[in-house]
Design a protein around this ligand. Structure first.
Ligand code: MD5
Ligand code: FE
Length: 203
């Protein structure tokens, strides 16, 4: 059952414990077409996560800034289509907490190896802020951090494990959040990796 973790945010613990192998196969198919890469952020630093995308729009970053793009800059091709299994997963998870008809056009694939992290940030590049964000965790566990609408607000931490799904809607869409440095470990399906899928309505 969904557990509220913040205002307008819900955690579905173990939501894909059974479907995970099929979801991982779908992700591997995407990554054969648009491989993982590291991205540079404005200011010139490199992210520690490796990323790719599928769907009509992909999230890209370089020294100039962040944006959604309809072409993968690495391949020069459109991003791979979002596999049906991923579309269904995102739509069903959103519906579990009352968001009907969620049709994501972007799925960002963030891959963490031990030591990789994501600093506190807001996601503010999506056009339709009424759509939820669905975030799926696979592989190694991580500590998720979420604060408030100001960077200086207190930060809460909770563990995210293989198969967990978070749905962020309404006001929680704009809170500061991040991922603490991944601890070393081994996962039976994903080895040394944590994979996070973030589904959005970006365009
Ligand atoms: C991750 N990724 O685990 C997270 C999961 C990103 C990112 O943060 O931007 O790629 S997405 C969690 C999320 C998304 C949107 C809003 C909120 C959390 N939130 O309001 O806390 O790789
Ligand atoms: Fe984010």
């Amino acid at each position: 059952d969904p557990v509220p973790v913040a205002q307008a945010a819900w955690l579905l613990r173990g939501y894909l414990r059974e479907s995970a192998p099929q979801i991982i196969e779908s992700v591997r198919g995407v990554l054969r077409q648009s491989p993982l890469r590291t991205m540079q952020v404005p200011g010139g630093k490199w992210m520690s996560v490796k990323t790719s995308s599928c769907g009509a729009l992909g999230w890209v970053s370089d020294a100039l800034g962040y944006r959604y793009a309809d072409t993968d800059p690495l391949t020069g091709q459109p991003w791979p289509a979002m596999p049906t299994a991923l579309q269904v997963l995102a739509r069903d998870a959103a519906a579990e907490v009352g968001f009907g008809a969620f049709e994501p056009d972007a799925c960002l694939i963030n891959c963490y190896q031990p030591g990789a992290k994501m600093g506190l940030h807001q996601d503010r590049d999506e056009k339709d802020l009424s759509a939820p964000i669905v975030s799926v965790s696979l592989g190694l566990p991580a500590v998720f951090m979420f604060g408030g609408s100001k960077r200086s607000d207190a930060v809460k931490r909770f563990p995210l494990e293989h198969g967990d799904v978070l749905v962020w809607g309404g006001v929680s869409r704009m809170v500061y959040h991040g991922v603490a440095p991944l601890k070393a470990g081994h996962h039976p399906l994903l080895g040394e990796w944590r994979v996070n899928l973030t589904f959005r309505r970006a365009g």
